[in-house]
Write a protein that binds this ligand. Structure first.
Ligand code: FES
Ligand code: FES
Length: 164
C-alpha cells in the first residue's frame, strides 16, 4: 500500500507511451493524467465512482480512474480516448458516436467511448452480448444530457448483439 504522504516515482504507460510522474499515495490515476501530465482527454466529474466520466482502460478493463491509485499503475497499460484516434482520424467507436449523434455537451463521451471500446474488443474476441448485457455494461456511465438512446445505438453499431 503506497504511503499517503510520501512522494514516489511511477512509470505510467499511457496510450503506449511511457511517462514518469511523482505522486503521493493518495493521488489517483485521474490526478496523474490530468494534473501531472495535462492529458485531459479523460474527464473528471464526481471523483467518487458514481458518474463514469473518468473511465479509462487499465490492462484492457474499464475502470474509474478517480478510484485507482496512480502509484499502483506502474508499467500497467492505461488507455484513454485520445489513444483511440487513429492517424488523426476518429477510432471506430468514436466514429460510431459521431454517426449516431450520441453526444450533446460531450462531457461524458470519453468515458462512454472507453466503456464501449472494451465491449467492442470483447465481442471481437468472441464474447457474445445481448441487449441487456450492453445496457448493464454501460450503466456505470452517466449522461446528464440524456443521450442514452443514441449512445446505445452507437454501441450496438460496433458490438454485435445476439437476439434471444
Ligand atoms: S469522476 Fe470518476 S466516477 Fe465520477
Ligand atoms: S453528452 Fe452531455 S453529459 Fe453526456
Amino acid at each position: 500500500m503506497p504511503s499517503p504522504t510520501r512522494v514516489t516515482s511511477v512509470r505510467l504507460r499511457i496510450d503506449g507511451e511511457h511517462h514518469d510522474v511523482h505522486v503521493t499515495g493518495t493521488e489517483t490515476l485521474n490526478d496523474a493524467l490530468r494534473q501531472h501530465l495535462d492529458l485531459t482527454a479523460t474527464k473528471v466529474g464526481c471523483e467518487m465512482g458514481n458518474c463514469g466520466a473518468c473511465t479509462v482502460l487499465l490492462d484492457g478493463d474499464p475502470v474509474y480512474s478517480c478510484l485507482v491509485l496512480a502509484a499502483e499503475c506502474g508499467e500497467r497499460s492505461v488507455e484513454t480516448a485520445a489513444g483511440l484516434v487513429d492517424g488523426g482520424e476518429p477510432g471506430t467507436v468514436q466514429q460510431a458516436f459521431v454517426d449516431c449523434d450520441a453526444l450533446q455537451c460531450g462531457f461524458c463521451t470519453p468515458g462512454q467511448v472507453m466503456s464501449v471500446e472494451s465491449l467492442r474488443r470483447r465481442a471481437a474476441a468472441g464474447v457474445s452480448f445481448d441487449d441487456d448485457d450492453l445496457r448493464h455494461a454501460l450503466a456505470g456511465n452517466l449522461c446528464r444530457c440524456g443521450a442514452y438512446r443514441n449512445i446505445l445505438e452507437a454501441a450496438r453499431s460496433v458490438v454485435e448483439v445476439s437476439v434471444s
